[in-house]
Design a protein around this ligand. Structure first.
Ligand code: KG4
Ligand code: ZN
Length: 366
């Protein structure tokens, strides 16, 4: 399959975005996105302070075929021209993952085309190859509402986890902080905006696990410290002034920045020791939208002579183009599945590493 062009239809429904996309591969393996449709669910979960698995699953089941129709329409390609169907088969919320897996199985069977199960995290981790044709190996930081891990990416099927969060994901921490301060959800962009006018030095929040060796991270203690600060201010002054909110946001963001910067530096040492030719660090996940954090990561990369890459935001957050692309990379290697493909709510990319204690309580999303 490696020496001819082909089209992949990708499907995604592992958390709170239903998505479909058509990606074209030329004979050299260069990929082009023909269409990418994402239907979000923020409005459905807004009242609950997090993703409700049952609501998500129902919405995916209702929308996945609409997404496929739109993706085919936008690509102006008939379904019969698709050469393979790629689908996220894990990790994620089981009810959601099942929606796209069942839809993909039906399409593959009906069209008589190969079915390819894709690990959602591999989709994120391979995105720098889709957007910028980055060569293996490279270092990836996945940083979102559900995940936080450093991955050394060696091939479409070889990933080494160098470290990750042992409790909350940073996006989850941003969302909780926003909730504590009465800001809107999802909290990340609001916390970032308030932080711009804040004094990051007024409150000194903890930098968890910096005193410990390795690349693992922790963000839940940070949120508890912040809760104490908020409650103290409310007890002293009867409420929060705008300057308090801005200073807390700035202090929190600086603490997250210090942790990510230091741990990236450590992950780079490990990565470069194993892969001295590696030149690129890439990020993915919603938190990568944060300009301050991106600046911090960029300067660590500059210190190490590495290129820093942040794919366009629409491809950093959940989408099906990354799934179609990752599926296409497997297809080129001759790796396909059959109708026995099952949904795997837990599916670590790197089985050689012990499971982390937690990968975010918002749902298994990256
Ligand atoms: O990758 P993503 O779209 O999906 C989930 O993992 O849910 O990431 C969403 C997360 C949310 O927690 C959101 O608060 C966070 O990314 N986020 C941000 C920013 N924009 C989105 N966090 C910090 N700063 C931002 N500008
Ligand atoms: Zn994701």
């Amino acid at each position: 399959m490696a020496d001819r062009e082909f089209l992949v239809l990708g499907l995604e429904s592992s958390c709170d975005d239903t998505a479909a996309s058509v990606v074209h591969f030329d004979a050299l393996g260069q990929a082009t996105i023909k269409s990418s449709v994402v239907m979000g669910q923020n409005n459905l979960h807004a009242d609950f302070g997090g993703v409700v698995p049952e609501i998500a699953a129902r919405a995916h089941a209702e929308r996945i075929d609409i997404c496929v129709e739109r993706a085919m329409h936008d690509a102006a390609i008939p379904l019969s021209s698709v050469d393979a169907i790629a689908v996220t088969s894990g990790p994620g919320l089981i009810g959601g993952v099942l929606s796209a897996v069942m839809c993909a199985k039906g399409l593959a069977k009906g069209l008589g085309k190969p079915l390819i199960g894709v690990n959602h995290l591999a989709g994120h981790a391979l995105t720098p190859r889709l957007t910028d044709g980055v060569a293996f190996p490279y270092l990836m930081l996945l940083v979102s509402g559900g995940h936080c891990q450093f991955l050394s990416v060696q091939s479409p099927t070889e990933f080494t986890r160098l470290g990750g969060t042992i409790d909350d994901a940073p996006g989850e921490a941003f969302d909780k902080v926003a909730r504590l301060l009465g800001l809107e959800q999802p909290g990340g962009p609001h916390v970032e905006r308030w932080a711009k006018s804040g004094d990051a030095k007024r409150f000194r929040f903890p930098r968890p696990l910096l005193d410990r060796d390795g690349c693992d991270m922790s963000f839940s203690g940070l949120k508890t410290a912040l809760l104490r600060t908020r409650d103290q201010l409310v007890a002293d002054q009867g409420g929060l002034y705008d300057t308090d909110i801005a200073d807390i946001c700035a202090g929190f963001q600086a603490a997250v920045g210090d942790v990510l910067a230091e741990k990236l530096s450590r992950a780079l040492h490990v990565f470069l020791a194993a892969h001295p030719t590696g030149r690129t660090v890439a990020v993915a996940g919603g938190v990568a939208a944060n300009e301050y954090l991106r600046g911090r990561l960029m300067s660590v990369c500059a210190d190490h002579g590495m290129t820093f890459l942040a794919p366009p935001l629409a491809l950093c957050t959940d989408n099906a183009a990354m799934i179609a692309f990752a599926g296409g990379e497997l297809f080129r290697m001759g790796q396909t599945d059959d109708q026995r493909l099952s949904a795997r709510p837990r599916w670590p990319l790197d089985n050689s590493q012990p499971a982390l204690l937690g990968s975010g309580k918002k749902g298994a999303k990256a």
